[in-house]
Design a protein around this ligand. Structure first.
Ligand code: CP
Length: 307
């Protein structure tokens, strides 16, 4: 198979296993391109892409822009701050006005879950979800899985733990269906107040005890506490969270196996993850960021092929 089953990338849940395999194979080829002295190919020379960021970002925004430039696309960048959104323009009006300038693809981050799915119903251009509210962050899920595949060769049978604020995490929203589709076993740990009520219906198990969960896993993905999405208090204090669920070297050294540590970023150092782990050989954090460019090149290239 050489084409994606979908015209848009709204969420991992819409993709088939064959789509995931195609994205990983394509990203592997683009990763080779990124090792060359000239890190650029002409694949999207005739395509114009708008990066619409209605919410803050460092990694995803730069990674998409770099991926577009490596593919020779023309890119425009939009931030809600400083735009006519501040004057009351609707999302659909904003996007339709940008598309009127002959833009072919939209990459969008938005604080509202469902905003990219809403757009996909109303416009013809390809939409890529760069993170929507607490729903999904599909390219983060893809780069996470790609980084694990690179290290372990397979996801089948791998024990994958996600730690922390699962309730507000769009990363967990994409990682969980992706890992399960690829044959990994997924467990979550964290304070009960930060675990969605029906988490086990997604096919994952919940282990409240961090040490027991760590003893089980091969890979642990540590999530940030998303204070900006909490309108009520879900934990007594960050200090208490860190005491019970923070990851540090002393804790990892007391576990009977070597665990690979991941984090989607941005890291709250000293809260969910200490520097003695984040910057250690056990950490995949910067490989995740590096792989993000190749994954986004693959997604852009394959979706452009779908027109
Ligand atoms: N991982 C991630 O989405 O980071 P940014 O918020 O910096 O894009």
């Amino acid at each position: 198979m050489s084409a994606l089953s979908q015209k848009h990338l709204i969420g991992i849940k819409h993709l088939q296993k064959s789509d995931l395999e195609l994205i990983f194979d394509t990203a592997k080829n683009f990763k080779d391109v990124l090792q060359r002295p000239i890190k650029k190919v002409p694949s999207l020379r005739d395509i114009t892409i708008a990066n619409l960021f209605f919410e803050d970002s460092t990694r995803t925004r730069i990674s998409f822009e770099l991926a577009e430039k490596r593919l020779s696309a023309d890119t425009i960048n939009f931030s809600a701050s400083g735009s006519s959104v501040k004057k009351g323009e609707t999302l659909l009006d904003t996007v339709n006005n940008i598309l009127a300038m002959k833009v072919d693809m939209i990459v969008m981050r938005h604080s509202s879950s469902g905003a990219p799915a809403f757009l996909a119903k109303h416009i013809n251009a390809n939409i890529i979800n760069a993170g929507d509210g607490t729903h999904e962050h599909p390219t983060q899920g893809l780069l996470d899985a790609f980084s694990v595949l690179e290290k372990f060769g397979t996801l089948k049978g791998l024990n994958y733990l996600i730690i922390g604020d699962i309730k507000h995490s769009r990363v967990a929203g994409s990682d969980i269906p992706l890992l399960l589709k690829m044959g990994a076993k997924v467990k979550v740990t964290g304070p009960p107040t930060l675990i969605p009520k029906y988490i086990e219906e997604l096919g994952v198990t919940y282990e409240p005890n961090l040490r027991k969960a760590l003893e089980w896993c091969d890979v642990a993905n540590v999530l940030r506490i998303q204070l900006e999405r909490m309108d009520i208090k879900f934990i007594p204090s960050l200090r208490e969270y860190s005491l019970y669920y923070g990851i540090n070297k002393e804790l990892l050294d007391s576990i009977s196996k070597d665990i690979t540590i991941m984090h989607p970023g941005p890291i709250n150092r000293g809260v969910e993850l200490n520097s003695d782990v984040a910057d250690s050989k056990q950490s995949l954090v910067l490989q995740q960021v590096e792989n993000g460019v190749a994954i986004r090149m693959a997604v852009l290239y394959l979706l452009a092929g779908r027109g």
